[in-house]
Design a protein around this ligand. Structure first.
Ligand SMILES: Nc1nc2c(c(=O)[nH]1)N[C@H]1C(S)=C(S)[C@@H](COP(=O)(O)O)O[C@H]1N2
Ligand SMILES: [Mo]
Length: 553
């Protein structure tokens, strides 16, 4: 019983630490909370293969899984520290402080971290250590009371009580005198101040929950400012509108990914454990670095005053395995990045410019490196403000993100961007490059079977086999399907919207009953056919043909 309560006191102390940290983080910076900070360190330190696995198997839930994992581990440690504190109060309290230190170091060490980010962990840990010390005191065995006068130190929760040498079975000899206090007399030798524990534990838990609640509300009200700034935005009418999506780009075949991916179902891949909520009114972007004759600092309104373009662009993640879900197509509006770079006096390397790498940096410290040559080669690289007719969703980079058609997201699509630095590939490795991914990566020609689903059992007869194929900035010219390694059959392609977007395709399969393997391959606008050579996602994108096995009835 006492051990269980000792473990419980550890849990209450941990709860106190997290709630207080939440409150302090609300005042400092929400991302400075210990769980977020430690999670961020885990994300940064995770080997690419593990991260790739997590992204693939948990998708966007990888962050939730990580958070729950940290909390579960913390709970285990907390219980152990609780038991430790019930034996050695000071050691238990000290252990709590060590955990606080871990949180503080993690928070300060974040790429965007500052010394004040230590505060949530430190304040939380100091209070939690106090709570644990207090609770452990209540669990200390109450000696059978000597007769009055009762020494205050023996019954009070003051530190001295728990530090007495009174262990289980070492009951001090009662002295002679007036009748003993009846309560103490009734208690067994190893009894403790049960009522005192319950009162203190409840008070600590309630006070902590209160602090956590206030912290949540404060954070919510800060975020409400960013949400209001987003709600206030009226996207401009583009100076260069995207042509209407051609009729027939969407083949209308059930089971094929819709041509335009709705924002709600657009994949999300990033390292942010807390989605940054930036107030558009306070947002600034700096463009500076090597060969930048006229460094620029731009606000959101400055971007709106410039010519705005609207384009359909398919975005793909390098972590997408063959047949995977991390690709989506949207209608974006934004400002052409090449215009801004020219305004800043940047020259392409092929024209003698000294910088060949553009490093974009986000408010959460992420860095991405993009070839300057690619941004300036005439394609619609942009600083996007809008996605499918609304301001960027927070998850997708509000207020501004970068996009470069034809490049994987990790080398081009910086969300929550706040800084663009011109440098060289020799001089700087961006975040993922430091973690085994290639410094430069062009989207590979890919095709995916969306229907039938793997292990589906369609009826024999005509079965539409369909999906999407993409080779951004080269375009898709042909898609072929084969069954059981037989001849290739040309699929019917959806109308081409542009070479920066994916294309739907469908082939009417005269399906016969039995077990069959369907395979697809695409050919891009340059005439190059997708390779069947299977490679994994690291370092620059998976290749191979997507195949689906079905059982026709
Ligand atoms: N700030 C920031 N931007 C980022 C990332 C990130 O982790 N942080 N991830 C990149 C990667 S790997 C991809 S694939 C795209 C995904 O964009 P989406 O989440 O809007 O689909 O964003 C890119 N931009
Ligand atoms: Mo990605």
């Amino acid at each position: 019983m006492r051990a269980a309560l000792a473990a419980l006191s550890g849990l209450i102390a941990a709860f106190c630490a997290l709630c207080v940290a939440e409150l302090v983080a609300a005042l400092v910076r929400p991302e400075a909370g210990p769980v977020t900070a430690v999670g961020g360190v885990v994300v940064d330190r995770t080997p690419p293969a593990v991260k790739d696995f997590a992204v693939r198997h948990f998708g966007t839930d990888d962050k939730l899984v990580l958070r729950l994992g940290i909390l579960a581990l913390l709970a285990l440690f907390a219980m152990a520290v609780g038991v430790l504190a019930s034996r050695h109060r000071r050691a238990g309290a000290a252990a709590v402080l060590v955990f606080g230190l871990v949180g503080a170091v993690a928070a300060v060490g974040r790429p965007e971290g500052s010394p004040s980010d230590a505060l949530p962990s430190v304040v939380g840990a100091v209070l939690a250590a106090g709570v644990l010390y207090l609770l452990a005191g209540r669990l200390a065995p109450v000696p059978v009371r000597p007769p009055t006068p009762v020494s205050p130190s023996a019954v009070s929760p003051s530190p001295a009580a728990g530090e007495t040498e009174t262990g289980p079975g070492r009951t001090p000899e009662p002295e002679a005198g007036p009748a003993p206090v009846p309560e103490a007399e009734a208690a067994p030798a190893s009894a403790f101040d049960r009522r005192g524990f319950v009162v203190a534990a409840t008070a600590a838990a309630v006070a902590s929950a209160g602090a956590g609640y206030v912290g949540r509300r404060l954070t919510a009200s800060v975020q409400a400012g960013a949400s209001a700034s987003r709600a206030d935005i009226a996207l401009p009418v583009p100076d260069s509108a995207a042509p209407a999506v051609p009729r027939g780009a969407d083949l209308g075949v059930r089971g094929i990914s819709s041509f335009v991916t709705p924002n709600k179902s657009f994949y999300r891949v990033d390292t942010a454990l807390v989605v940054p909520r930036v107030d558009a009114g306070r947002w600034r972007l700096r463009i500076h670095g090597k060969g930048v004759a006229h460094p620029l600092t731009l606000g959101y309104q400055d971007l709106l005053r410039r010519p705005v373009v609207e384009r359909d662009i398919t975005l793909a993640c390098v972590s997408n395995e063959v047949g995977g879900p991390y690709v989506g197509n949207a209608r974006w509006i934004g400002v052409r990045l090449a215009d801004l770079l020219r305004e800043a006096g940047v020259e392409a390397p092929s024209r003698g410019g000294p910088a060949d790498q553009l490093v974009s940096r986000s408010v959460d410290g992420m860095t991405l490196g993009t070839p300057v040559e690619t941004v300036l080669d005439g394609r619609d690289a942009m600083l996007a403000l809008g996605m499918n007719g609304e301001p960027l969703p927070f998850e997708h980079g509000f207020p501004v993100r970068m996009l470069v058609p034809g490049l994987y997201g990790y080398v081009s699509a910086c969300k929550w961007i706040e800084d663009i630095e011109l440098t060289t590939f020799d001089a700087y490795d961006a975040y993922w490059v430091k973690r085994d991914w290639a410094p430069q990566a062009t989207v590979k020609t890919e095709s995916r079977i969306d229907t039938p689903r793997p292990f589906a059992s369609p009826k024999a007869g005509t079965v539409p086999v369909g999906g999407v194929a993409w080779a951004q900035h080269r375009g898709i010219s042909r898609v072929e399907v084969r069954v059981d390694g037989g001849d290739w059959h040309a699929a019917r392609l959806g109308a081409e919207d542009g070479r920066d977007t994916w294309r739907q395709w469908v082939w009417e399969w005269p399906a016969t009953s039995g077990h069959h393997t369907l395979e697809v391959r695409a050919t891009d606008g340059t005439g190059a056919t997708q390779t069947d050579h299977r490679v994994g996602t690291v370092p620059d994108g998976a290749t191979g043909w997507h195949s689906v096995v079905v059982d026709v009835d």
